[in-house]
Design a binder for this molecule. Sequence first.
Ligand SMILES: Cc1ncc(C[n+]2csc(CCOP(=O)(O)OP(=O)(O)O)c2C)c(N)n1
Ligand code: SF4
Ligand SMILES: [Mg+2]
Length: 314
Amino acid sequence: MTMQQLVKRTPADYRWIRPPEWCPGCGHFGVLQSLYNAFAELNLDPSKIVLVSGIGCSSRLPHFVRTTSVHAIHGRAIPYALGIKLANPSLEVVVVGGDGDLMAIGGNHLLHLGRRNVDITVILMDNSVYGLTRGQAGPTLPPGLKVKAIPKANPQGEINPLLLALTAGFTFIARGYSYDIKYTTKLIVEAIRHKGSAFVQVYSPCVTYNNIMTREWYEKRIYKLEEADPSWDPVVHDEKEVDTKIRKALDKIVERDRLPLGIFYKNELVPTFEERYESIYDPNYRALPPALQPIEVDGKPVVDFEKLIADKIL
Ligand SMILES: Cc1ncc(C[n+]2csc(CCOP(=O)(O)OP(=O)(O)O)c2C)c(N)n1
Ligand code: SF4
Ligand SMILES: [Mg+2]
């Protein structure tokens, strides 16, 4: 057993000295606490976690956590996360962001993470508005709702993030609720443990700008899949079960009047991108990933750029 494994960390070990700067009561506090709890439960070494975000109130979260982090540009957290994970697959890479960041400007990147099944966890802090820029309609705001900052009812249709993630190919799909920290912690733990791309949508109300989808609004609608159906089993145990499990997940994901929470789908039988890359391109990829390879010897680059240019590889 290594020294790292002997250390038993607590949620406080992941708290950064800078206190969160969100409005009192904001749902994002619950996601932050759930993340501290999940990291502690998994006893992750803070220096091996990389949190990546874009721009938004939600995307400020990495500032409040004692890990390596990248507060990137709006909508581009996933490409940064992909680069980090592929350069050093031993890192635990977690993306956090809002519905604006991950579903609107960054929606395309989400699709391509799913189909690649890179071992990254994405946590969507969903409040259906652009909190940081004062409450405009976000892509998950249902049509017909009139939140504070828009002049009339929302004329646009909404994105169902779980439907998008499932069809994109994410192999772990779950939904939590930020004021239920214990439950959200459990989902985040499972998502990080999962081998492959994991997506967790957390309903995380904006108490300042979303005056419709409030705590009361959610608490009238949410329920837990496994409480409603004790036989609920989202795990694909055999490849023959894939279609049936996807259909069962879809049935629940499209519910609108009631909002199910829990794990909808989990399939670890799909190889990750890292596994495929290793078997097709480089059997030493994970043992000696790009981030651990020397880039120079005695001040000279290891790579012969002249040759690469001559070979038309660059
Ligand atoms: C390229 C670009 N376009 C637009 C913006 C303005 N902007 C900043 S945050 C944001 C959306 C934030 O909403 P969300 O991701 O849902 O986070 P929340 O604040 O609700 O937690 C927008 C549109 C920007 N910073 N950069
Ligand atoms: S504006 Fe909304 S999302 Fe942003 S901190 Fe305040 S309550 Fe939270
Ligand atoms: Mg938002």
